[in-house]
Design a protein around this ligand. Structure first.
Ligand SMILES: C[S@@+](CC[C@H](N)C(=O)[O-])C[C@H]1O[C@@H](n2cnc3c(N)ncnc32)[C@H](O)[C@@H]1O
Length: 261
């Protein structure tokens, strides 16, 4: 089974499919990684070549989703880029209610970090976390993480919102039920319009723009801005560069935070 290699022609089809579906550009250095990750799916179907597998992907909605799950990069952690959470805390202290979207939420660490800040400072709040990857969303909904991830969570939130497991849950940490109740995770593709999600006061779109071409970044941000209230904030990752001059509606605040004017 492990002698099967991904042909250049097959990799070209994969690159086109991934770009069309989720806007991610795979460069040639990713070929080995893609081959290794997709082996699992070939094993699952007990098939011996990638061309056969790609036919299944084209025919089955389920397999297309599994395929995209293997491709996406999901690195994340709690309270990543602390300046953004300090900004959110100040905003929450000065607001009556906030609705926040963690777009490209991955395993949910970002969405729950937002929830901890909001719940500590506000009565009325809601967080929506979305991603294209159904596997990471399942984990986010469970809210059960390796206890080592606690390290990045400020002590005041650890004590209030993180339940450290014992016995069969040794080594695990469970996010407080109340936070889970007010944090909803939904499947969503940033390449499409997101009308069904409604309007938000703050949108976190962090550490995902780096995977897109300039053209795709503009498309994604245009889609997202429809969901941002006037006066609301768009927060991108500290290393996510985009041409914000393209968007008249966006005014730079600080630390990769933009206001919709
Ligand atoms: C590196 S993680 C960033 C997670 C989190 N925002 C953070 O900063 O820690 C990028 C996430 O973007 C998701 N993603 C990539 N393309 C997407 C698309 N077109 N629509 C929705 N999510 C996408 C991936 O599945 C992945 O979970």
């Amino acid at each position: 089974m492990f002698n099967i290699s991904l042909k250049n022609s097959e990799f070209a089809i994969i690159k086109k499919l991934v770009f069309n579906e989720i806007g991610i550009t795979l460069n040639d250095s990713k070929k080995d990684m893609v081959q290794t990750r997709l082996f699992k799916r070939l094993n699952y179907y007990q098939i011996k070549d990638f061309s056969h597998y790609l036919k299944i992907v084209q025919l089955s909605k389920f397999e297309k989703s599994q395929f995209l799950n293997q491709i996406s990069t999901n690195e994340t952690y709690f309270f990543r880029e602390t300046a953004h959470f300090e900004f959110l805390e100040q905003l929450a202290k000065n607001s009556k209610s906030l609705r926040v979207w963690s777009a490209a939420a991955s395993f949910g660490a970002e969405a729950y970090s937002i929830s901890m800040v909001l719940d500590s400072n506000l009565f009325n709040w809601e967080v929506v976390g979305t991603d294209i990857n159904t596997h990471v969303l399942d984990i986010a909904r469970l809210g059960l993480y390796q206890v080592a991830l606690l390290e990045k969570i400020p002590k005041k939130y650890q004590e209030k919102y993180c339940l450290v497991g014992r016995n069969q849950y040794e080594g695990k940490m469970l996010v407080d039920r109340k936070l889970q109740f007010q944090t909803n995770f939904l499947e969503n593709n940033l390449m499409s319009k997101n009308n069904e999600l409604g309007k938000f006061d703050v949108i976190f779109l962090r550490n995902v723009l780096i995977y897109f071409t300039e053209e795709t970044k503009i498309k994604v941000i245009k889609n997202i801005l429809h969901n941002l209230k006037k006066g609301g904030y768009l927060i991108v990752g500290m290393t996510d560069y985009f041409h914000h001059e393209e968007f008249n509606a966006l005014e730079y605040v600080k630390d990769s935070i933009y206001k919709k004017v």
